[in-house]
Design a protein around this ligand. Structure first.
Ligand code: BG6
Length: 498
């Protein structure tokens, strides 16, 4: 899986993502000798940085955020391939300068004309950047295949509702063909997320019971203890429904719910994911008040430390009604999942950081031991722990030792950490490598992104009609608003204790 030589151009390279995630990921690929023998990484942004300054900033990023600290020798040879091109995003000359520079790098380094663009600037610039690339003949459609490959990675958010997502797709399709477009959702790059499909389709014992006949319900949780981390401006426009649900949580749901693909290739896998999204029963109008709960954190304690409420965060309106928590109960109207409730929740400033998918199976048909046991028999739960403490556990009931008949749940557990003892690569490592190779299996296709926005936009529309919520409605360090508990109590269920 060694990719061909290429130039990677990062638009918006002075932003957070580049020094926190992208360059550390590329550096780790270099350590693992997974980068092509010849490559160049060009930062393109507005600030007046030099190559040297860019290299220094990126080194700081690797020192602080990389899973491996920089080794001076490896860093030195890696850093020689970092360059910086300064330009406004709408300035055609800047792109002409970029083009000339890329041509020069091609002949000096033998990059074969291969170009990988990374849109990491603010989404308000996406349109301008893509059009300018077209203007100077750098877009996918303006280059011939013999000139080398041309690919573009788009960072989230991909639009802010169905219409804007469609418009962005239309725009991209004017300048790039679909197989040149890589819409990133970094959850798909996580080892444990990729393992969902392996777990389901490389084992024979789970698939027969993976359906409405055996499954009582599914819970998907993505809890974070961090707040909005200085991203008030972005978050005010976004909120938890857009920021996490539309992308990461629906992706997790897709992988849990999809049918076996006919092959493990980009289109076969994504065909099945789209079918799940299309089968989700829309939640519209009054049903939204019933099936969707939103929350916003107030002040509270996280790990014993006092933290401010959302409305006190910088760049947040003191009367903001942006949600930092959302829980949804939904149904998938297809043969496999008919009638099985899926509960999903995500929020900031919750008690702890944990992402988990739990499949809860039905009770045994007859509670044979009912009278003799101290308590009730707990149902079997299969928990796929995405992060942290990555692993898989299955809860089963056993007899406790002794002369009486007592039944207790125990866990059969696999942990990645102790199981393999090696550190998995970061999500961005895998995804950048896949984009260099040209494999889009772990990237979101245009119809997929639109189908997920269709579901989310119905909820956003209904929220606009409903009276404004009474925020804040949960304390930092809690498990979210009371109403989210009621969403399950009503059905005689409860959220898992995590
Ligand atoms: C990002 C969201 O996409 O994912 C952030 O914008 C969120 O708000 C982050 O914190 C969570 O990612 P991870 O990998 O830390 O679970």
């Amino acid at each position: 899986r060694t990719p061909q030589p290429c130039a990677i151009v990062v638009f918006g390279a002075t932003g957070d993502l580049t020094h926190r995630k992208l360059v550390p990921a590329l550096y780790n690929l270099a350590v693992d000798k997974l980068l092509p023998p010849n490559f160049a990484i060009i930062g393109f942004a507005r600030r007046p940085w030099s190559d040297d300054y860019f290299r220094e900033e990126m080194l700081k990023g690797v020192q602080e955020f990389s899973r491996r600290k920089p080794d001076p020798k490896i860093w030195e040879s890696f850093a020689q391939n970092l360059y910086y091109v300064q330009s406004e995003f709408d300035n055609v000359e800047g792109y002409q300068k970029l083009k000339d520079f890329l041509d020069k790098l091609d002949s000096e380094k033998g990059l074969g004309g291969n170009r990988l663009y990374y849109l990491s600037a603010s989404p308000s610039y996406y349109e301008t950047i893509v059009e300018r690339l077209g203007d100077v003949g750098l877009s996918g459609r303006s280059r011939r295949a013999e000139q080398g490959y041309t690919r573009i990675i788009i960072e989230k958010p991909f639009g802010h509702d169905l219409q804007s997502a469609r418009e962005l797709n239309d725009l991209l399709h004017q300048f790039f063909s679909e197989d040149q477009i890589f819409r990133i959702d970094h959850y798909l790059g996580k080892e444990t997320v990729q393992n969902i499909l392996v777990f389901r389709f490389a084992n024979s014992i789970f698939e027969p019971i993976w359906n409405r006949n055996y499954i009582d319900h599914v819970q998907i949780t993505a809890a974070e203890s961090i707040g909005i981390e200085g991203r008030g401006k972005y978050y005010e426009e976004s909120g938890a429904l857009r920021d996490m649900m539309q992308s990461h949580l629906l992706q997790l749901l897709n992988l849990v719910a999809m049918e076996p693909p006919v092959a493990f290739d980009a289109n076969s896998v994504r065909d099945e994911k789209v079918k799940v999204l299309r089968a989700i029963r829309p939640i519209r109008g009054n049903a939204v008040a019933d099936q969707v709960v939103r929350g916003q954190y107030g002040p509270g304690l996280i790990d014993g430390k006092e933290v401010p409420g959302y409305r006190q965060e910088p760049n947040v309106d003191p009367n903001s009604v942006t949600e930092t928590y959302v829980a949804i109960k939904l149904f998938i109207d297809n043969w496999r999942w008919q009638g099985v409730p899926i509960y999903m929740r995500t929020g900031k400033r919750l008690k702890k950081r944990v992402t988990e998918i739990a499949i809860q199976f039905k009770q045994p048909p007859l509670l044979l031991f009912g009278q003799q046991t101290d308590g009730i028999i707990e149902p079997n739960v299969l928990a796929l722990r995405i992060q942290p403490d990555e692993g898989i556990s299955l809860t089963v009931s056993v007899k406790t030792p002794g002369t009486r008949l007592n039944i207790r749940p125990v866990k059969m557990e696999f942990l990645y950490g102790t199981g393999f003892g090696i550190e998995p690569p970061e999500a961005y490592e895998r995804l950048l490598l896949d984009a260099m190779i040209g494999d889009s299996t772990l990237f979101t296709r245009h119809d997929e992104v639109e189908a997920s926005w269709a579901f989310i936009t119905d909820i956003l529309d209904a929220w606009k009609q409903l009276p404004p919520p009474q925020f804040p409605n949960y304390e930092s360090g809690s498990w979210g608003p009371r109403d989210a508990d009621r969403l399950l109590y009503r059905d005689g269920r409860e959220w898992r204790w995590l």
